[in-house]
Design a protein around this ligand. Structure first.
Ligand SMILES: [Zn+2]
Length: 92
């Protein structure tokens, strides 16, 4: 698959490639819920982490214990510089 994605399917504007990612702050949620004292003097606990979503596709084939196997594929994202439309592509 070549890089022929250059124009927005909505408005025809130029597309730029990028990545979808989710940043999870360290001083939030589960960490402080498990240890209420961590908000006092333990601010250095935990590291912020970044999660990159991926595409999980069913292969239609049976694998271990008869379960259907899946293929993990990376998601490529393009954003239109004119209207902001985002398109997702999965490259094999
Ligand atoms: Zn557009």
């Amino acid at each position: 698959m070549s890089d022929t994605i250059k124009n927005c399917s909505k408005c025809g504007g130029a597309m730029k490639d990028g990545d979808i990612r989710i940043d999870i702050p360290a001083s939030n949620g589960a960490m402080s819920a498990m240890n209420p004292m961590s908000t006092f003097g333990n601010m250095q606990m935990g590291q912020p982490s970044t999660v990159y979503p991926y595409w999980e596709e069913k292969t239609g084939k049976k694998g271990f214990l008869g379960r259907e196997t899946t293929a993990i594929l990376n998601i490529k994202t393009y954003r239109c510089t004119l209207c902001g439309f985002i398109e997702f592509y999965v490259k094999q």
